[in-house]
Design a protein around this ligand. Structure first.
Ligand SMILES: [Mn+2]
Length: 484
């Protein structure tokens, strides 16, 4: 935060000292606008998103304000944008670029990652166009001789609202799966749903059996599935709904091509005033259960340290585990509470494929094996290591380190650079996802309950990429959609 302010201040000082360097002509983009070499222009997305052509006859890129729901009509200048290839954005699980305040992107063919994400042809000049976001204003500068890149408003009726319409379709689909309106279930329906989930778990796919012939502690996923990994949700229902309504995750689930892995701790809100509020946790579990019943072989929930009624689950003196148990008993009855205990008992702890490994909190620090993790039931020590440990620090010598990440890969027979993804620990208040944590290569921490952005990891091909989406009031938006 401090660094950010210093940078802004410095820029301000420079601007006042050398106004010519920073000067840009303000342009209203009404028609196709051709940028001329080196000249800077400033433009706003107000009524229409932009389409960008890097050079004549090149492929079109789209630039939209973010978040995409409910923007455009209120006259407020958005301060964040997304840039994408419209040919893949609406149809596949794919990557795109965020342009947040103070970000600059140089578009061209020199960066292979950019070529892959935006499908820029090799024939495009190496550095073609610079786009900066300065306080929500977009600064464009052509870096090539004329004829250079051009910008045009996306005026055709269907394009103006394309992102909004695209999201709306998902919201309707979500309502079909999750209930209309999305709301807490009555106790009898809730019990029936949870019983159904537990029946699925008893015979769950992709779960090697333990020695007693029961579902073991590991989910072994098919390598070719597009796996989406969501971290601790801590009762933030909107965050779950954001995940399900972004990219093409829902479409990929519907088509049987994707797997959603929620890595535990979906319950118990954070934040000083909400620690004892249990209704949102109940709704969260209802929704996860509906997803599980709808996609029994594609949605998995791993056990976190909050997935228990233990008296040890306590935050700032609020005994969340006990309160959770009491609320369920009172509101949904003894049988429901018992069924929830059975659910916890049936949960797996680790999910992996050839391309990744994940668990709630940490790779084990004691010597372990795939067989031990499969037979984790009643192994309290291993449970604590997987679901309730953190990075090693001077004041936490029992924490995990890079060597444990390596051993974890080895015990699952994974290659050296396979991503190891955990949740459980919020590493800084300004983010939701951290890469190469503690300088451990390909080690990610994802914590999906931030109030501004929800982070997740998603597989494209055989690699995993981080995604961050703005949190929107999804439940009210979905419940306000008129019936057709
Ligand atoms: Mn946790």
């Amino acid at each position: 935060m401090f660094q950010f302010n210093v940078r802004k201040l410095l820029k301000k000082l420079l601007k006042s000292a050398f106004p010519n360097l920073f000067w840009s002509e303000e342009v209203i983009i009404k028609d196709t606008y051709h940028l001329s070499n080196k000249k800077k222009i400033k433009a706003h997305i107000r009524d229409y998103p932009f389409q960008i052509n890097l050079h004549p006859d090149s492929k079109t890129l789209h630039l939209y304000p973010e978040p995409a729901l409910g923007c455009g009509s209120d006259g407020v200048v958005p301060n964040s944008y997304i840039l994408f290839d419209p040919d893949s954005f609406y149809s596949e699980v794919c990557r795109f670029y965020h342009l947040q305040d103070d970000d600059t992107i140089i578009l061209g063919s020199s960066d292979p990652e950019q070529r892959a994400i935006l499908n820029i042809s090799k024939k495009t000049p190496a550095r073609t166009l610079s786009i900066s976001n300065e306080d929500g204003s977009l600064i464009f500068q052509s870096l090539v001789p004329d004829p250079g890149p051009s910008i045009a408003p996306l005026i055709q009726d269907k394009k103006v609202k394309q992102v909004v319409n695209w999201r709306q379709t998902k919201l309707r689909r979500l309502r079909e799966i999750l209930g209309n309106p999305i709301a807490l279930l009555p106790p009898d329906e809730a019990l029936e749903l949870l019983q159904e989930v537990n029946e699925i778990l008893e015979h769950e796919e992709h779960r090697p059996r333990d020695k007693e012939g029961r579902p073991g502690g590991v989910v072994a996923l098919p390598d070719e599935s597009t796996t989406v990994i969501v971290g601790d949700l801590h009762a933030r229902v909107d965050n779950l709904l954001v995940v399900l309504s972004q990219n093409n995750f829902l479409e990929a689930l519907d088509a049987g091509r994707a797997t959603l892995v929620i890595i535990g701790d979906a319950v118990h809100p954070e934040g000083d005033n909400a620690l004892d509020e249990m209704q949102s946790s109940m709704l969260m579990m209802d929704l996860i259960f509906k997803l599980k019943v709808h996609f029994p072989q594609q949605v998995f929930y791993l056990r976190g340290n909050h997935d228990s009624f233990s008296e040890e689950i306590s935050k700032q003196g609020v005994p969340q585990g006990l309160l959770w148990e009491k609320t369920l008993r009172k509101q949904r009855g003894k049988a429901y509470k018992k069924e929830m205990s059975r659910f916890y008992e049936l949960l797996p702890y680790v999910a992996y494929s050839k391309h990744f490994a994940t668990c709630h909190a940490a790779p084990p620090v004691s010597s372990t094996s795939l067989d031990k993790i499969i037979n984790i039931r009643n192994n309290r020590k291993l449970y604590n290591e997987l679901a309730d440990n953190r990075l090693r620090q001077a004041n936490r010598p029992s924490g995990y380190a890079g060597s444990d990440v390596k051993r974890f890969r080895k015990c699952l027979d994974l290659k050296k650079n396979t991503p190891v993804i955990v949740g459980h620990t919020c590493l800084s208040l300004d983010d939701t996802l951290w890469e190469n944590v503690n300088e451990i290569e390909n080690h990610y921490v994802v914590y999906s309950s931030d109030i501004r952005r929800v982070g997740l990891m998603a597989q494209i091909g055989d690699r995993f990429y981080p995604f961050r989406y703005p949190v929107e009031p999804m439940m009210s938006i979905i419940n306000a959609i008129p019936d057709e």
